[in-house]
Design a protein around this ligand. Structure first.
Ligand code: SAH
Length: 394
């Protein structure tokens, strides 16, 4: 039993929680008994007084993010158990004691029953990213659980939530170390080495969600000329070179990203046929002169909200049209969308329209997604955010 303020739902609004959906929308709430501070724990009850779940309260359309469907206290034991289960899953995926891969996503929000919390582990450094006030307030519990579970392996915990917290909230997060102080490090992923700068880098420092897709690219790269658009720190580029590509070009509009991409290529290959360009992707592609066997299109999320969906789909259409136009006959396009609001079908339709614009024959070879350390809660399908297609272009 716990003693959290009680939130009573309107009659008939209990069904989604009974089906383990991890959120309560503000419109479902009939009454909050007592006063609640934003980010605090609350317990949710049916209109008839039956316990449903406990979670973090927040002002906004998603009012409660559920942490437990059992009537328990959200105390240190809860955090140790829940993050412990997430770690157990990664161990069973072979990601924990693995000589070839020592970086993985340890907690993937709703996918690990912890809405609002992301934890990426870069060998000995955990980068935690909070997307809700409640998670930010409970940061200390999260840090303690990490120290308890990872013990000797853990050297630093960096908290990076300044840009991910709800911006209307009075609670302001600041980025910084909550344990240790290593500001960058080296990881290994499928035997490829990468420098990661979690302090200055984008997101938590590296896009771990492309691990399996980078591996697939490596398998297709032998003797191929590869163009890696939106290359960031060169993830796909290093795998392409590792797979025997004859030439790799990396393009990104960010200077620090390209500098790191060059560093990462050099870390793996003292000499290589890699060239990088700090340039806008659309401009670069428009002048690409059809010399590539494989083109990777991995742009940032074009839509972060539903109201940007139309423009985002136009963006994917235009980008894919350019890529498909430019690839050599018999070539491949690895195309992705990481926008959560763009469905698998929307994305496929946008790519389809791009193919039609380019007037090329296109077949889908692979339909890919995020790896197993980014699990999708079946009751929260929105958690499946990464969509990718590998296209064969005649
Ligand atoms: N494929 C990468 C991740 C890409 S993230 C990996 O596997 O690590 C998206 C990247 O697109 C970011 O590095 C960002 O700097 C870059 N970007 C954003 N807008 C761009 C544009 N218009 N032209 C080129 N790069 C862009």
């Amino acid at each position: 039993m716990n003693k959290y303020p009680r939130v009573i739902l309107k009659s008939g609004k209990e069904q989604s929680l009974q089906r383990f959906h991890p959120w309560v929308f503000s419109g479902a709430i009939k009454e909050i008994e007592g006063s609640v501070v934003e980010g605090e724990g609350v317990s949710v009850y049916t209109n008839k007084g039956e316990f449903l779940a406990s979670g973090h309260y927040q002002i906004g359309s998603i009012a409660i993010r559920i942490l437990s469907f059992d009537n328990i206290s959200i105390d240190q034991n809860f955090w140790n158990d829940t993050i412990g289960k997430a770690l157990q899953l990664r161990k069973s995926l072979g990601l924990y004691d693995n000589q070839n891969t020592n970086a993985f996503r340890l907690v993937h929000g709703e996918g690990d029953g912890l809405p609002g919390l992301i934890i990426d582990l870069y060998n000995d450094t955990a980068v935690v990213q909070m997307h809700s006030i409640g998670m930010y307030r409970d940061q200390e519990f999260v840090a303690n659980a990490l120290k308890f579970l990872l013990s000797k392996r853990l050297k630093s915990i960096y908290s990076k939530s300044e840009s991910t917290m709800p911006f209307k909230s009075k609670v302001k997060a600041s980025d910084g170390f909550i344990f240790g102080g290593e500001s960058s490090g080296e990881i290994i992923e499928n035997a490829c080495r990468f420098n990661i700068d979690w302090v200055k880098g984008q997101k938590t420092g590296f896009f771990l969600d492309q691990r399996d897709n980078r591996k697939l690219l490596g398998e297709y790269s032998k003797n191929k000329a590869v163009l890696n658009m939106f290359a960031y720190t060169g993830g796909f580029s290093v795998y392409a070179l590792n797979g025997g590509a004859s030439l790799v070009h990396s393009v990104d509009s960010s200077t620090p990203a390209i500098e790191m991409a060059n560093k990462n290529v050099a870390l793996n290959f003292p000499s290589s046929n890699h060239t990088s360009y700090t340039e806008d992707a659309f401009r670069f592609l428009a002048n690409a002169e059809g010399m590539y066997d494989i083109i990777i299109l991995d742009p940032p999320a074009f839509a972060k909200h539903n109201d940007a969906l139309r423009n985002a789909l136009q963006g994917y259409k235009k980008l894919n049209a350019l890529g498909i136009e430019q690839v050599k006959p018999g070539g491949l396009i690895f195309t992705f969308s990481c926008s959560q609001v763009v469905s698998k079908n929307d994305f496929r339709l946008a790519v389809f329209s791009g193919a039609a614009l380019a007037r090329r024959k296109v077949r889908i070879l692979h339909q890919v997604t995020q790896p197993a350390d980014h699990p999708v809660n079946i009751y929260h399908p929105e958690g499946e955010y990464l969509k990718g297609l590998v296209l064969f272009v005649e």
